[in-house]
Structure formats: structure tokens, C-alpha cells
Design a protein around this ligand. Sequence first.
Ligand code: ADP
Ligand code: MG
Length: 317
Amino acid sequence: MTKELIVVALGGNAIKQPDEKGTTEEQLRNVDATASELVKLIQMGYDLVVTHGNGPQVGDLLIQQEEAQEYVPPKTLYLCGAMSQGQIGWMIQNRLQHHLTRHGIDKPVCTVITQVVVSEEDPDFRDPSKPVGPFYTKEEAMELVRDWGYIVKEVRPGKEKGWRRVVPSPEPIDIVEKEAISRLVKQGVIVIASGGGGIPVKLNEDGTYSGVDAVIDKDLAGFKLAQVVQADRFVILTDVEKAYLNYGKPEQKALDVLSADEAERYLNEGHFLMGSMGPKVKACVRFVRWSKKEAIISSLDRAIDALEGRTGTRIVP
Ligand code: ADP
Ligand code: MG
């Protein structure tokens, strides 16, 4: 029996914990725990479409490109995005299959390598906002500008290693594989798609697509995915159980249920940081306005309670 179709967006901590190096074993262990939680939802009758972030993984791949350039030609940012989508997609796919098999559930799982269309006119191409990869000293950062043409920014002013590479993070416009994804979902396949926000591409005049160096926000792309599959609910699972007003201050206040209009007002008042909670709330507001249904922000270990209305921040029409 199917209860409803849910798009689940997994944050970085579902794959790599902040204090970990990111070895294969560590990542597989985290993804295994995540998959085990997701299979509980499937057992309860929810149909899932899964998407995920790729921040730490794409950062690692960029270091590999830089360090191995003498031996192997470095790959572009969008190709690193594709690599990270493949590796994380495989881990989730493999661990979901493992837990489904253990519970005797016969459901196919499939990762769709997903391209997401962006506009080259997007203002973020002129003033990139998304920090990726390691932190550098000013001297190291200037070297990368000279040798690689990177754009760098001081993201932790005053710190010895306060500089990072920044890349454009344009708005997702459309999912190229939308027809394939929606057909698979309708056929009962558990689909993993739009990983890392999707591989950014531009639409050429002749109707073809080419890769573009950028990193799309995974929560905003997750909303596009929710539209494509006509999700009943959009659930963002991160490392906090709820979103807060005045986050990190003594007077911080957890948010339980709020309307899309209220959420937008708090967003404009700056309660949700733009590099983290901001895009989650923005993506939820977009989903709620489009679907007239609910979106939830909560943590992975509270996913069931959040879906059943016992915790999480619920944004409603
Ligand atoms: P993910 O990797 O899951 O996408 P992020 O690190 O991007 O997660 O976003 C989650 C983080 O957002 C939390 O760990 C928290 O530090 C931060 N955050 C910023 N503003 C808020 C807020 N108003 N309420 C809760 N968390 C917030
Ligand atoms: Mg994170």
C-alpha cells in the first residue's frame, strides 16, 4: 500500500560526518545507516525519491585534480560533479538494495545521472558565491588565481587559512532527465536523482546541452525534482532537528509549524544563513507554494517522527 510519494533530500552529514576524513569505509558506514532509516520509511508504505548533496566529495575530487596534474590532466568542475554524483549515487543505491534485501522487500533501485539546466546570464556567474574545497592562505590562493584562473574569496577574514575557491551557484531551471525520472517513479522504481544539485548544463541553440562549471544548490534542485515527480511531500534531512529563529543566540527559538509567507518573511529578515539553512527554507517555500502541500526540515534520525508530525519544522500553505 502506498501512503504518499516523498522526495527526500539528504545533507552532507548523511555521507560524511564533519570530524571524519572521508575514507571509503567511513562514507559507506554513514550511507548504510542512512539507507537503513530510509528503508524503515519504505516499510511504512512511503514511496521515496532520493536526492543528496556532494560538497565534501566534490571538494576532495578538486584536490585530486590539482595535486595529480603532472600525471593526469585535471578534469573540469562539472566533470567532478558528475563523478561525485556517480560515486554517492552508487553508495546509496548499494546500501538501499542491501537493506531492502534483508527485509525481503522486492523493489528496484536506480540512480539517474542527472543534468540540470542553468542560465549563463545567472548573476552568480559574475559574482560566484559558493565556496568549495580546502581553505588556503592568501599566498596559496593567489597562486591558484595565477596558475588555474580560479576565483578566490576570503571567507574567514583574519584567519591564516581564510581563503577558498568560490564557484558560481546558479539557479536550477530544468531537469534534463525529467521524463526518464518520472517514468521510473511511476513504475515503482526507487530513484536517486539530481545528486549534488545535478550536473550543470546550458541549453545550446541547436537543442543540445553542454557542461558548465558551477555547483547548483542541492535543496533548490531538490524542489525541481519534487515538481518533476509530483511529490506529495518534500522532506529535507540535515543535521538539525528543526530550523530556529535567532539561531545560535541565547534567545533562539525552534520553529514547529509556519506558513510559507511567514517562512519567507523570516528568510528575508536573515534568520537562516544563506550557505546552509537559507536555501532549505527557500526550497520549502517554493514547494509549498507550488504544491499547496507540506514541506519538512528535520534530521535524519528523526525522519519518521517528522513525517508523522511529531517533530521537525513544517512549512505549510
Ligand atoms: P546539509 O549538509 O544537510 O545541506 P548545511 O550544513 O548546509 O546542511 O545546513 C544545516 C546547518 O544550517 C545546521 O547545521 C546549522 O548550523 C545551520 N543553520 C543556519 N541557520 C540556521 C537556523 N536558522 N536554524 C537551524 N540551523 C541553521
Ligand atoms: Mg553540511
